[in-house]
Every structure is written in C-alpha cells, then in structure tokens.
Design a protein around this ligand. Sequence first.
Ligand SMILES: *[C@@H]1O[C@H](CO)[C@@H](O)[C@H](O)[C@H]1NC(C)=O
Ligand SMILES: *[C@@H]1O[C@H](CO)[C@@H](O)[C@H](O)[C@H]1NC(C)=O
Ligand SMILES: *[C@@H]1O[C@H](CO)[C@@H](O)[C@H](O)[C@H]1NC(C)=O
Ligand SMILES: *[C@@H]1O[C@H](CO)[C@@H](O)[C@H](O)[C@H]1NC(C)=O
Ligand SMILES: *[C@@H]1O[C@H](CO)[C@@H](O)[C@H](O)[C@H]1NC(C)=O
Ligand SMILES: *[C@@H]1O[C@H](CO)[C@@H](O)[C@H](O)[C@H]1NC(C)=O
Length: 621
Amino acid sequence: MALRLLLLLLLLSLLTSTHCSCDSLHRRLLSLSFSSVAGFHPPPASATGDCIRHLHLPSQNLSGTIAWIFLRNITTLQTLDLSGNALDGSIPGSFWSSPALTEVNLARNSLGGPLRFVESGLRFLNLSGNRFSAASDLSQLTSLKVLDLSRNKIGFTPPGLNSLHNIQYLDLSNNSMTGKFPRDFPAIAGLRCMNVSYNNLTGEIDSEALHKFGSSAFEKGGIFTYAAASSEQTKGKKHEKSRAWRKAVIAAASAVVGVVIVGVLIAGAFCYRRKRSPEKEKGEIAEEEIGWVREARWGAPVVVFEKPLMELTFGDLAGATSGFGRESLMAEGGRSGPIYRAVLPGEMHVVVRVMERDRGVEPAAAAAAFKEIGRLRHRNLLPLLGYCISGREKLLLYEYMERGDLHRWLHELPAGQPDVEDWTGDTWENPPSDTRPSSSSAAAAGGIITAVGDWPTRHRIALGVARGLAFLHQGWVGSRTPVVHGHLVPSNILISDDLEPRIADFAGEGGCATAEDDVYSYGVVVMELVTGRPHWPEEEVERLRVVVRDGPPAAVAAVVDERLQLEAEWEKEAVECLKVGYLCTAKSPEKRPAMQQVVALLKDIRPDTAADGGGGASPTF
Ligand SMILES: *[C@@H]1O[C@H](CO)[C@@H](O)[C@H](O)[C@H]1NC(C)=O
Ligand SMILES: *[C@@H]1O[C@H](CO)[C@@H](O)[C@H](O)[C@H]1NC(C)=O
Ligand SMILES: *[C@@H]1O[C@H](CO)[C@@H](O)[C@H](O)[C@H]1NC(C)=O
Ligand SMILES: *[C@@H]1O[C@H](CO)[C@@H](O)[C@H](O)[C@H]1NC(C)=O
Ligand SMILES: *[C@@H]1O[C@H](CO)[C@@H](O)[C@H](O)[C@H]1NC(C)=O
Ligand SMILES: *[C@@H]1O[C@H](CO)[C@@H](O)[C@H](O)[C@H]1NC(C)=O
C-alpha cells in the first residue's frame, strides 16, 4: 500500500546513516582546530565512526581563536554551529571551500576582519552579531538561500550580492552600509524576507517592496524615496510629470505613516496593557478601543468579490459589529489584528479581520494585494469574501464557520456529542469524565458527527489541510513564489459544515517563515490529529519522533488517540500517518517532503473518498 512512504523512509535512512570511515584523521583535525580555544571539550566519538558531519557547540562559553585551516579539512563537515560564544579572530577565505559544508552559524561571537568567500555549496550562513568589517565575493555562494549579516560593522553593500540567485532570506540590518537600493540587491521577487534597516543606503522603495517586507525592514535604512507599485510605473512617459509629483506626495505621506505607525505601536502597547488589567474604568477602555472607528471614513465602500452589486460601506460593518465593540469580538487577533463577527444584510454571516499591521501600507497597494488574495480559491482555504479600505484602516471579510476550528473540535467538544448545534452558548453539559464515544463511525454514518471524529474523518482533515497548503506553496497565479502560511496551527484550521478543513489566516504574509517551516507545522498538526493530544512544544515533537523511528510497533500504536477505538486496519493507517508526521518534522528543513508529496503519501495510506464530493471548484491536488 504505502509504497511511496516506504521508499521515502528508506531513502531518508540511507541519507542519514551511510557508514564511512575517516580513521582518526578528522578527530585529530578537530583538536588542532580548537587548540587555542578555551572551554572546548571534544564531543564523544559517535557510533558512525570518526567522521564528523555536524559540529554543534552553541553557547558553550568557548573563547579564543579557531584554526580554520584545520577545520576546513574535515571534509565531511556539513553543519557548523558555534553561535553565542566568545570566539575571535578572522576567518580565512579558504575555509568556505570545505567540500561538504552547507550550514554555518557563527552568530553572536567577536569574529572580525573582512570576509572573503570562495566557491562553496553553502546554503545557510548566519554571521549576525560579530565585528566583520567587509564582505566580498558573495557571488561565489551560488547556492546560498539564507544570509544573515546583521549587527556587524560592514561599511558598504557586499559586492556580488545581486548575483545570489537562490537567496530567499537576507538580513543586512544594523551595519553602516552605503550603497544603492535596489540596484545592489538581489531581485526582490525571489526574496521572502529582507531587512536593510539601520544602514546608510540610498534608493527608491516601491509600495510592493514596502508591503512585502514591512516598513520596519527599511526603518533608518538610509535615504529612500517612495514610489508607487512598479506596474503603474510602466504605463508610459505621459505620466512622468504627475509621477514625480505623486512621488513627492507619497514620500511625504510615508513619512507621516512612519510617525503614525510608531503612534499605533505605542497606543497598541498601551491598550494591550490596559486589557490585561482587570476591568477597571470600563467606559474609558471602550473609548480608547473605538478611537480608530470614529476616525475611519464611514462611507468607504466594501468590495465583495462575488457580489459586486452588494452596496456596503464601512459604516455597515461598524453597524453590524456594534461599532467593533467587545460583544462582537471573537479574538483579539494574533499576528494581523482583532477579529469580529458580523451578520450583514441578506443574512450574510461573516468574520471581519481588522488588519492593524497593514495600517502603514498605501491603499492602492493594499487593494491590489487583497484582490490577489481573493483569487486564491481552493476548497481547503477559507475564502476571502471581500475587503474594505477606509483611509489607513484595512478590513478583510471572511466566511463565518459555524463549527469553529480544529483545536476546539479535537479538544474542547465533549466526546460523543453531536457537533451540529450552535456552540456559542453553554448548551452542553459536561459528560461524565469516563464516557467513551458510543461508536463514532456508526454515528458518522448516521449523519451525526461526534466531536472527536472517527478515523476516516481525521484522515480526511489531514489530507484536506495538506491539499490547501500544497496549493498555497504552488504560488500565486503567474508568479512562482510560494505563498507561505507561516502560522499553521489547529486554531487556524476551520472546519466547514461538510467537515472539510479550511485553512485561515494565510493573508497575513508568512513573514520570514519558509515553505519548509509550514511543512514542519503541518507535521505537528498530523501528530495532534492522530494522538488527539494538544500542545506540542519542540521537545514533545522530538519525543514522539523517537518513538515513531525506534519504538516497537506496539509502542507506536499506543500513542494513537484511544478515543478513536481503532480496529487493526485503521490503526495501521493511523500509524502510517504518524510516519508522515515524522517526515514532516525532520530537523533539517531540506529533508522535509514537499506538501505535494505529502498529499500523495496520505492518499496512498487511505484512498480519498471525498475527492468528488463537496461540489465547487475541482481540487488541484
Ligand atoms: C566562561 O569562560 C571564562 C574563561 O574562559 C570563565 O572565566 C567563565 O567563568 C566561564 N563562564 C561560565 C559560565 O562557565
Ligand atoms: C588540507 O588538505 C589539503 C589537501 O588535501 C592539504 O594540501 C593541506 O595541507 C591540508 N591542510 C592542513 C592544515 O591540514
Ligand atoms: C542568526 O542568529 C541570530 C542570533 O542568534 C538570530 O537572532 C537570527 O534569527 C539568526 N538568523 C537566522 C536567519 O536564523
Ligand atoms: C545594533 O547592533 C548593536 C550591536 O550589536 C546593538 O547594541 C543595537 O541594539 C542594535 N540596534 C538595533 C536597532 O537593533
Ligand atoms: C551614515 O553616514 C553618516 C555620514 O556619512 C554618519 O554620520 C552616520 O553615522 C552613518 N550612519 C550609520 C548608521 O552608519
Ligand atoms: C529589521 O531589523 C531591525 C533591527 O535589526 C529590527 O528592529 C526590525 O524589526 C527588523 N524588521 C524586520 C521586518 O525583520
């Protein structure tokens, strides 16, 4: 059955345990490398022999100078982490030619001097928080994906930066770099995350970049002018004059926005503190909270994608949420802003998200971005219904999901109770603590779905979430940059009436997260779905991974949620799914499968029964 899964597992185990013998040369080179380093204790020889692949000594109070020429000759070394020590000296260019090296983290040390690179297969490099004075020949690092040179003393933008064709993450903040933005920088399209703040650059920032990286990525970065989105710039020379004028206006506006953002942050921090203190001075708090509502433009139209004739305004949204008052507040909101529940004319039940984070974004850029998001349609994504831009306020409208989210569904609903009623009230009584679901599959067959679900339902949810993520990772129409969610957790996975999962909150930009980070988060969701246990800190994930990898079959089967009461066949499927969770949570991001592969694996484990149901657009995956 799960042939592909087995193949993948086999492949991975081959990758991780290839035996090799390096006699004792590498261990000798290691002692030589650290001979002038205080606090160094050679790690015990591992079971794989004397080959050293990974050297991880972060925050070990190491001080002194490493003899990099010896370290370079440990030809099997792949990853090096010496961050958070007190190492000094400089790094000779030849070190970077160490043949197997892919990840180096030397952040927070006292290393200095100029950096010079030679040809290398390096993919991850973190040199943040040192004293490097310059960096050159970056063009040699053609495989580099992540580069963090923040908090150094680098005086000019490193030559060769713009030939880093694979770079996704670039942090140059807090140096004193001079140079031109964007000319000296890699193409913005491939960058997922960039930060040039606290430098001495000059150049032009368009609203696309501002929206993508956030205004804090440019804060105190130098002297920038602000331009409208590049698509508008191509419209012709006719507008040259008005463009110059507009640019000046936007530059002025941006300056104002900068001030406003700081103001909002301060006000936000203030509100937050106030909200945490028990409800004193209730009236005053309410005043503060609705300040922005009063200042918004009430006549601003609400754009509803599929119902263009629906004439709604910001005022209608305010009316339907009692002026964005407490009684309509569903969640204070995590990364984007608070969420309100509203019933609009025509019994349209929606959720309104106030994008506090986007207040500084220029309205035209925001509208363009929201329209793009609106085009992302997939049955496993919570669709964006529309938006409203009222001055600096940006609001997004989503469909309201009666059943709530996966977290609630797995952990908060009493087992064995029908999950069909309104859940806002306290309509349930707590079940006696020892009740088991009578027979969840039978209940499902009868159309009544128990709260914890049966195995086919859980598998279907896992598969649906995988599909939704795979769809996002495939990228925007017309561009190949993946849309990264960045915050996939059960409370962001809503359950539709027909028990399809719908991923929410994917419009808030993934920030600096990668698609591989999403895959990890997905793996954790799978672990939660199979075991039925909430709360998965990293150590807990690691513990389960060890059980899945090394445990006898009985031990693995024992972690499956006992509320499911699985028979042998289904239990086998659940265990196979745990293995998918195992693959997705691999320590090294590069070993994690792509979401499209995950979809294939899950379909191998259990053929998809719902693929043709559900109606609507046919799924891509
Ligand atoms: C770190 O090392 C220095 C000398 O190398 C020593 O004086 C200090 O006590 C060490 N600190 C800790 C926490 O071990
Ligand atoms: C490192 O290896 C190269 C090539 O194998 C050799 O020429 C060089 O002497 C070695 N350096 C040290 C410090 O061992
Ligand atoms: C680099 O290291 C610093 C300090 O430990 C850390 O704050 C930063 O997030 C790291 N950068 C990357 C890209 O991981
Ligand atoms: C810049 O780096 C210095 C030294 O690492 C640090 O003290 C300072 O707080 C940093 N500034 C910002 C804005 O991060
Ligand atoms: C930027 O340059 C000016 C003058 O050239 C200098 O005074 C200032 O300290 C520099 N700022 C940074 C952050 O390096
Ligand atoms: C950019 O770097 C600065 C200083 O290091 C930091 O304060 C800011 O939050 C960063 N912004 C982003 C978007 O990472």
